[in-house]
Ligand binder design. Structure first.
Ligand SMILES: [Zn+2]
Length: 968
């Protein structure tokens, strides 16, 4: 499964449960990059475990929420199946009625069982099914003799289990067949066999589709719903003659349903051996469009609503090519005769790897080349690569229980980079890994509330909570580190060994380590401990270390120390874990040479390295290309040497390490482990930096400093400093996007324009205004005039620097075209009266701002440096009016939004007063607690760092520093 932007999930969850959808709408992604993305809305806060730090990466909101928020953990109950009987084959026959007023599905299942341990109780999973007890039969397969059923115990509502009790014990070693009829409801929960809808030519159309992972196959038919209980599945689904169906395997025959004119049965080929969570089928009016011929030897089609036919070209091209690539990478053929990919209008996850029938959110499969942003195209490729990687990792070899979900998801999140890179080398995915996955998950894994990758889970709610950044992103980082330790090619051959040895079965992480060990041994790879010993420290301990490198410039050696990196420490921790790891040290002073290697063992807090191979005037950089999962802190002299090298010729240091140095330094400064001066020194070279990855890594860190300084006198020097860095970058990239721009150049431009316009760089502002003026004269040519990549910045800048006419045009576009990006732009106004006016409009249902968008407006005004105080005062002074107009659902969330930029004691006092004045609504809210913590951290940051940063800025104004440096 691919995880998803949480606000999208929240919308899905909210609408699925009939909650108020408007609570969870989010501004568009580009806009969020400017904002504090870490707000967790209150009503579903019970399922979120993270507390985000304010400076974290913009895409931190990708955290996946458990989709089944109603399921409460039921600790202590036995929710596992006993394993005394195991399924071998299912014949499942389902006839869904897909129409308003009748969402029932008539179901019938035959399950062929092997008896492992003699028993009179046959227990299996079932949830929300109406089972006809009279229809249940049990037969001994060999003799055909029926065995009478004496009882049917229905524990669906508690244990999600039904038990059929028979008159005499089943015998170990014998085979049995069970049949039963049942009725299920096509639910609106986006789980099990559920209903989805879309509008075509003004008419609402419905379809029925499955989402079974993790534990929802049991909502569709009674089954042994655990990943090790693999079986073959023969699926038969009924449909209207004029509709279509599709399932994991190819269709064999279609036949009329007797007694139901106009309906037919579709009979599908029996599946390969697989886990129940991978079964899938869909009944709809969709069309199947074959992929481009010749790209793969597997029959490959894209399924979508007919109107979306022309949005399938991208998927039809890359899908089969990625599949071909993985066949050669894994060195194992794709095991099924066909692969379908379907775009589902309502979908809880990002995508789901059902074997042979991958399902997607529409936006990840259907791409409009004229309107899609570069990021949307990349995401589509990445999600496809993720799901196709699962066809081997997850489907062919499945984790033996959900505690090891990371084996599925960490691998798919690693392979999605390799698979995408194979078909879109221009995306430079391997360069992007460290900002997309590694530095992103550092922000989560640096909290005491993180978790180890591999933890015990039992209940469905616990299992669903595993679909998070630790399984996905941290899992992928740990795998990438392992590959670096044993060598990429050895690693790849080890994977083939693991997949071949465990094909059609299940495996735990020990099986993976064993396969990699065997491969490493056979290729004489020397390690200081076994692969298992090394990797267990990374999978069973939460968090990650930072390595302190203290060089001895006389001897040429260094002392290296490992400590856990924490963004903040609580005083009352009772955690007895020793946070040390098997830590692969890699370092270099010259990227043209092979990197040097050493180790800190799990028992070593510190260690002396006698010889780094660097002269006293030569820099040393550890964690080469950030292949490993730790941060590095240096002594001041080494920081100085690195700074000088970057200024003299930054290309002597790899782009990954430049990004790492910046990200590490600002996070180490944030946690008081190094002075801010050392981090800021590293920014001086940025006026020469032209690459996306280092820039993107540092901008999200600088954003926090920018927010904190805004209301202080130091901001003026800060703005000058930032302009001196950003302007050359912007000038190099240029305002105008062209067709031939490489992918990452488009990404560069998004960042460079965003900051250049924000800093008031004249060329950026003028170009934005004139582009907007063109748009005002031809409002129907938006797609031709404004690149989707630049849209957010151009609209925002036009409002910020334009006048009433620009504002009025934006409001008109929002109202007539329902384009929320114009509304978001309106919130960027620099005029206090405009911003107050916008907030007032939220209280007036006739103002033209849709109820759906009020949260977006408040969030964006609160994040506008001028609007922040206005938003706080609005909340304080207009409380009753807000309550009368909108109810009380927004209060806690809006309170949190306001906190992000607050960093003074006066502000905190106001916020606490507000909380206490409305303690019934705000008193127990997690969002409010997070908000106050944020403000307290901000105030502390200001008191610790404002003076130091101010002094540094005063001493490093552009004219006085590096203008005369000679470039090599
Ligand atoms: Zn996945």
């Amino acid at each position: 499964m691919r995880n998803l932007l949480p606000f999208l999930v929240l919308i899905a969850v909210a609408s699925a449960f009939g909650n108020i959808q408007t609570q969870f709408d989010g501004p568009d992604e580009v806009e969020l990059r400017l904002l504090e993305p870490a707000v967790v809305p209150d009503p579903v806060d019970g399922v979120s475990r993270w507390w985000y730090t304010p400076s974290r990466k913009a895409h931190i909101y990708r955290h996946k929420y458990p989709k089944n928020i109603q399921a409460q953990p039921r600790q202590g109950e036995d929710l596992r199946l006993p394993g005394d009987v195991l399924p071998r084959l299912y014949n499942v026959r389902l006839l869904p009625f897909i129409e308003v007023g009748n969402w029932t599905t008539d179901g019938y299942v035959e399950i062929f069982l092997d008896c492992i341990i003699s028993t009179v109780n046959i227990s299996m999973n079932s949830l929300d099914l109406t089972i006809d007890p009279a229809s249940i039969t049990v037969t001994e397969e060999q003799t055909g003799n029926p065995i009478s059923v004496v009882d049917f115990i229905d524990e669906q509502s508690t244990r999600e289990i039904i038990t059929i009790q028979v008159s005499r014990p089943l015998t170990a070693g014998k085979q049995y067949k069970i049949t039963m009829k049942f009725i299920s409801i096509l639910n609106a929960l986006l789980a099990g066999f559920y209903r989805s809808s879309y509008v075509e030519n003004g008419v609402t159309k419905y379809l029925a589709v499955t989402q079974f992972e993790a534990t929802d196959a049991r909502r569709s038919f009674p089954c042994f719903d655990e990943p090790t209980m693999k079986a073959n599945f023969t699926v038969t689904v009924g449909r209207k003659e004029t509709w279509t169906s599709v399932s994991n395997m190819p269709l064999i025959t279609t036949e009329p349903i007797v007694g139901m004119p106009g309906f037919v049965w579709d009979n599908y080929q029996t599946s390969v051996t697989m886990s129940s969570y991978l079964v899938a089928f869909m009944v709809s009016e969709f069309i199947g469009i074959p992929a481009e011929p010749g790209l793969s030897n597997v029959e490959f089609s894209i399924w979508a609503r007919p109107e979306a036919r022309n949005l399938t070209d991208y998927a039809r091209n890359i899908g089969p090519r990625i599949l071909e690539f993985f066949e050669s990478y894994y060195n194992i053929d794709y095991p099924l005769p066909k692969q379908d990919m379907a775009a589902i209008p309502d979908f809880a996850a990002g995508a789901m790897e059902n074997w042979g029938l991958i399902t997607y959110r529409e936006e990840y499969l259907l791409i409009d080349p004229n309107r899609a942003t570069a990021r949307a195209v990349q995401l589509a490729a990445v999600v496809s690569a993720h799901e196709l990687a699962h066809q081997w990792f997850g489907n062919l070899v499945t984790m033996d229980w959900w505690n090891a979900l990371w084996l599925n998801e960490g691998f798919a999140s690693y392979m999605e980079y390799i698979g995408t890179d194979a078909v879109e080398p221009d995306f430079k995915m391997n360069d992007q890994f460290i900002i997309e996955n590694l530095q992103y998950v550092f922000g989560i894994d640096a909290l005491e509330t993180s978790r180890p990758i591999n933890i015990e889970v039992n209940t469905p709610a616990e299992i669903n909570s595993m679909f998070d950044a630790i399984s996905y992103e941290k899992g992928s980082c740990v795998i990438r580190m392992c590959a670096d330790i044993i060598g990429l090619e050895t690693f790849q051959r080890g994977l083939t060994r693991y997949l071949s040895d465990n094909a059609y079965g299940n495996a735990g992480q020990d099986n993976l380590w064993a396969a990699l060990q065997t491969q490493a041994d056979s290729e004489n790879v020397i390690l200081p401990a076994t692969v298992k010993e090394i990797m267990d420290t990374w999978t069973f301990k939460m968090g990650f270390p930072y390595v302190t490198v203290n060089r001895n410039y006389q001897t040429g050696g260094a002392v290296v120390i490992q400590n856990r990196f924490l963004l903040r420490k609580s005083n009352d921790t009772t955690d007895p874990t020793v946070y040390q790891w098997w830590l692969p040290l890699t370092y270099t002073s010259d990227y043209t040479q092979t990197k040097r290697r050493d180790w800190l063992s799990v028992d070593e807090f510190s260690k002396s390295l006698p010889n780094l191979g660097a002269a006293a005037n030569q820099w040393v950089i550890f964690n080469v290309d950030q292949q490993n999962y730790y941060r590095v802190a240096y002594d001041p002299t080494n920081y100085g040497l690195i700074r000088d090298q970057l200024i003299a010729d930054h290309q002597r240091v790899s782009a990954n390490n430049r990004a790492q140095l910046l990200d590490d330094a600002f996070n180490l400064a944030l946690t008081e482990l190094i002075p801010y001066a050392d981090a800021l020194d590293l920014t001086l070279y940025l006026k020469y930096e032209r690459e996306y990855v280092p820039w993107h890594a540092v901008l999200s860190e600088l954003n926090y400093v920018d927010i904190m300084l805004y209301n202080f006198a130091e901001f003026s020097n800060w703005k000058t400093h930032m302009t001196s860095l950003v302007e050359p970058y912007y000038n190099f990239i240029g305002f105008q996007e062209t067709q031939s721009d490489p992918h990452l150049t488009k990404y560069c431009r998004i960042d460079a324009m965003n900051w250049a316009c924000r800093l008031g760089v004249a060329d950026c502002v003028q170009n934005s205004l004139s582009t907007y003026a063109t748009l005002m004269s031809q409002p129907d040519n938006l797609a031709q005039i404004v690149s989707p990549n630049e849209k957010s910045t151009i609209l925002r800048t036009a409002i910020e620097y334009g006048g009433q006419a620009e504002y009025d045009f934006a409001f008109n576009q929002y109202k007539t075209k329902s384009d929320t990006s114009f509304l978001v732009a309106m919130c960027a106004s620099k005029q206090a009266t405009v911003l107050s006016g916008l907030l007032e409009m939220l209280l007036d249902p006739t103002s033209g701002i849709l109820r759906l968008d009020v949260n977006t407006v408040f969030n964006n005004v609160a994040n506008n440096p001028i609007g922040n105080e206005i938003a706080l005062d609005f909340l304080i002074n207009r409380w009753d009016d807000i309550q009368n107009a909108l109810g009380s659902v927004y209060f806690a969330t809006w309170y949190r939004y306001v906190c992000t930029r607050q960093n003074t004691q006066a502000g905190l006092d106001k916020l606490i007063q507000l909380r206490d004045a409305h303690s019934v609504i705000l008193g127990n809210s997690n969002s409010v607690k997070q908000g106050i913590q944020t403000v307290e951290s901000n105030i502390q940051w200001v008191s610790l760092n404002l003076g130091e940063i101010g002094t540094w800025l005063a001493g490093n104004q552009p004219a006085k520093t590096i203008s005369n440096v000679i470039r090599h």
